[in-house]
Design a protein around this ligand. Structure first.
Ligand code: NAD
Ligand code: G6P
Ligand code: MN
Length: 442
């Protein structure tokens, strides 16, 4: 197997150490000769990089390690760009969540006005990464999980149509891990699923085991009572109590269409007022993450760097992120793995916009993803998705054209915003808060 060279863009991300540990754990499946970190915040990246350098020296001293803020150094001689940037960092996530709540509107990182605000910041950042990749390593592939993935994917489809970028989300993976627990099975890989939707906006229509046995009835029974909540003894990403509430709320989302099993994020569109009522407008998920994951990860990184050893460290392998290895392997070694990806529809959902970026199962090989057709979808989902995809496309047009008018339309069209007046007030406040992170809005 050819040894790979990768750059992690957003080297200073809270997820970087878990991903590095996961890559090191999977070297037999995905051998690596070089890991580079690239970030535009040198200090933040250094904290993570200085620890990861120690980790790599301990576990795989043959791997060359580079940290840089120079695009040429970062993007030269790489096979994969693993991109997880957050333009504006947690400070702006906090704004995205808190500003809408002032108007009794959902305040969320990727859904509703917060997601649009984040999208208007992310598009430029991700396009820049693509341009660096194309300049310095034109044969490389970008595996992108920078959010808001739906808007970012639409922007790259439209503005970099030939880019070798794959957009992926871990929410379905986390949910499938819960399904496996609900069913008392061992691995997500024992499930065969059919699924369709937009990113953070989709539904499972079929789940079988490898023998073809239908697992939906048992899952539906559980979800109708508990959502995706299971008794937890777990560590990892989606374990905070706010995530537990989200898994429980799936019960109400499921009730709207008992033929399918929903993505957790649909709660923001189906029950926005319930989410607003639950939220604390002075302490949102961004605060939880800054006080929780960020403190923990950066604290552990500082310890590792100071002691020059990982002994006693509580940093954990992000086992659930092994899907990133599966995806990179599929491209590198043509494995034909079946995975949910965000791709241009082109008929995969028969009765839906061909140019929409949809989330569907794909067979992935060295030439990229081949979407598996999901047939026609029912009126309920089609109506919701048409409205939501229009929001996402309008945001991208608003970014391209610097158009207030289109952003106002996008905000007004979102199920999370009650009317045009609130949309306009919110927009003006978001423009103000985002400053230079957004294009000039006319
Ligand atoms: P974080 O703020 O800890 O890390 C992001 C890093 O990106 C920071 O170090 C920041 O300096 C850097 N950055 C920002 N703009 C940049 C630019 N233009 N160029 C280079 N680097 C830049 O954030 P986090 O919570 O660790 O999340 C990272 C990203 O991963 C976010 O976009 C998040 O939404 C996303 N994410 C996606 C999924 C998914 O399912 N797709 C899952 C988890 C996280
Ligand atoms: C899920 C979603 C991601 C999102 C993350 C937020 O994994 O799929 O798109 O970024 O949740 O998690 P956080 O812990 O940062 O709120
Ligand atoms: Mn996601």
């Amino acid at each position: 197997m050819k040894k790979q060279s990768i750059v992690i863009a957003g080297g200073g991300s809270t997820f970087t150490p878990g991903i590095v540990l996961m890559l090191l754990e999977n070297l037999d499946r995905f051998p690596i000769r070089q890991i580079k970190f690239y970030d535009n915040d040198e200090e933040r990246q250094n904290t993570v990089a200085d620890a990861c350098e120690v980790i790599i020296k301990e576990k795989a001293p043959d791997i060359q390690f580079v940290k840089t803020t120079d695009p040429e150094e970062g993007f030269s001689d790489v096979d994969f760009v693993m991109a997880h940037i957050r333009v504006g960092k947690y400070k702006m996530r906090e704004m995205d969540e808190k500003i809408p709540l002032k108007y009794d509107v959902v305040g969320q990182e990727t859904c509703g006005p917060g997601g649009m605000s984040y999208g208007m910041r992310s598009i430029g950042g991700v396009l820049e990464l693509i341009d660096y990749m194309e300049e310095y390593s034109p044969d490389a592939w970008m595996l992108n999980y920078s959010n808001p993935a739906a808007i970012v994917a639409e922007a790259t489809r439209k503005l970099r149509p030939n880019a070798r970028i794959l957009n992926i989300c871990d929410m379905p993976i986390s949910i499938e891990n819960l399904m496996v627990k609900i069913l008392g099975m061992n691995s997500r890989k024992d499930l065969n699923v059919r699924y369709y939707g937009l990113n953070h906006f989709g539904w499972w229509t079929s789940i079988t085991d490898k023998e073809g046995n239908d697992l939906m009835p048992a899952l539906k029974q559980h979800v109708s009572e508990n959502g995706y909540a299971v008794n937890f003894d777990d560590s990892g990403q989606h374990v905070d109590s706010s995530w537990q509430d989200t898994f429980k709320k799936v019960k109400d989302v499921y009730a709207l269409d008992p033929d399918t099993l929903p993505n957790t994020y649909l709660k923001y569109y189906m029950y926005p007022q319930d989410e607003v009522a639950k939220a604390d407008p002075t302490y949102t998920r961004a605060n939880e993450v800054m006080d929780g994951r960020e403190k923990h990860v950066f604290g552990e990184c500082r310890k590792i760097a100071a002691n020059q050893t990982t002994e006693g460290s509580t940093l954990e392998i992000d086992e659930h992120a092994s899907y990133i290895v599966d995806l990179a392997r599929a491209i590198a070694y043509n494995t034909g793995e079946r995975m949910l990806l965000i791709v241009e529809n082109k008929g995969a959902i028969a009765n839906f916009d061909d140019t929409a970026m949809v989330e569907v199962p794909c067979i992935v090989g060295s030439n990229g993803p081949e979407p598996i057709t999901q047939g026609e979808i029912p009126r309920f989902q089609k109506g919701l998705m048409e409205q939501q995809v229009a929001v996402e496309k309008l945001v991208v047009e608003a970014w391209e054209e610097g158009s207030r008018q289109k952003l106002w339309q996008a905000l007004t069209l979102s199920r999370t915003v009650p009317n045009g007046r609130v949309a306009e007030e919110l927009m003006e406040e978001l423009i103000e808060a985002n400053g230079e992170f957004w294009p000039v809005m006319n």
